[in-house]
Design a protein around this ligand. Structure first.
Ligand SMILES: Nc1ncnc2c1ncn2[C@@H]1O[C@H](COP(=O)(O)OP(=O)(O)OP(=O)(O)O)[C@@H](O)[C@H]1O
Ligand SMILES: [Mg+2]
Length: 292
């Protein structure tokens, strides 16, 4: 990680800019987020609000900064400028007399405690069963008694349709099943928001559907989600908002319809055209984007 930069806080965003129509503060509020690796600025002023129960799908070319954005929201990366607020609280820094100071690890963990993340690579412990993987953080991080952790882990495996696989080791599970265990592991921590970074990209095509199905159900149950994905069908069907990131900036954002049908932004059109060219099984109907 780069060393954090000590700098003055950006001006506080106005209430009007951060409050969704409902009047409820956004769960995630990203304001003028900037991040550089050495000479390269990979996030160049990103503004993004995610309200409660909102599903935001993030699309864009390789290298455009999608993972970096999610990693900044999950506090897996520092950021150089701007603000990330989780449920109103500034993540990563504290404001002392107008000066930005790096927050302690304990403070960062406190602010991000309600953020769950699922990665492209499932990162399960190979020496633990599915149940053990889901229980681990409950026992070690949350200090939950083993019996309670086991009960919650079983319930979470049930949520992702894997109650019968609790005793299986990752090597005996398919990629789709491993990813569902990873989702159960994140859900066990009772997050208020789930971040997904290309959760199906490492899967064989026939296993993608079962993971997307679990994610759709989560969305239906009201989970707040930010999903980096190349699954345009999922984005079209499930997203409340689609965000197109290009070269470290949000170039287009809107409803799936606005982004997939009506946007005339040339880079977006080119990105979608490349996608449709590679995925000839798509049709684009008059009223919606359809998968056939
Ligand atoms: N740890 C790092 N050190 C240096 N450069 C990095 C690091 N992580 C990412 N980058 C660079 O930052 C830019 C954005 O990377 P990022 O992983 O966020 O892109 P992405 O949109 O997620 O791409 P992809 O679709 O391929 O996953 C890229 O140019 C990448 O090379
Ligand atoms: Mg990425």
């Amino acid at each position: 990680m780069n060393a954090p930069v000590d700098m003055s806080l950006s001006p506080a965003p106005t209430a009007a800019a951060t409050q969704p129509a409902s009047g409820q503060a956004p769960l995630i509020d990203v304001c003028d987020l900037r991040k550089r690796y050495g000479e390269t600025e990979v996030l160049r002023g990103v503004d993004l609000q995610i309200g409660k129960s909102e599903v935001v799908c993030i699309i864009g070319p390789s290298g455009s900064g999608k993972s970096t954005l999610l990693r900044c929201i999950a506090a897996l990366e520092t950021y150089d400028q701007g603000e990330v607020r989780i449920e109103g609280e500034l993540l990563g820094y504290s404001d002392r007399n107008g000066k930005r100071m790096r927050a302690s690890a304990a403070e960062i963990n406190r602010v991000r405690r309600n953020v769950g993340m699922v990665f492209q690579q499932f990162n399960l412990w190979p020496h633990m069963t599915a149940l053990g993987n889901v229980m681990e953080a409950l026992v070690r991080v949350r200090g939950m008694p083993t019996r309670d952790a086991r009960a919650r882990a079983n319930a979470m495996l049930d949520t992702v349709g894997l109650s019968h696989k609790g005793d299986a080791y990752p090597a005996k599970l398919s990629g789709g099943q491993q990813q569902r265990v990873a989702i159960a592991r994140a859900l066990a921590m009772e997050p208020h928001i789930m971040l997904f970074d290309e959760p199906t990209s490492a899967l064989d095509p026939e296993l993608v559907g079962e993971v997307l199905q679990v994610m759709k159900q989560l969305a239906r149950d009201g989970m707040t989600m930010a999903v980096v994905t190349h699954e345009m069908g999922f984005a079209a069907q499930v997203a409340d908002k689609v965000v197109f990131i290009d070269q470290g900036r949000i170039a287009v954002e809107g409803s799936p319809r606005e982004v997939f049908h009506d946007a005339n932004q040339p880079r977006l059109r080119q990105f979608l055209q490349n996608y449709f060219d590679r995925n000839a099984f798509w049709t684009r109907g008059a009223d919606d984007v359809n998968v056939v």
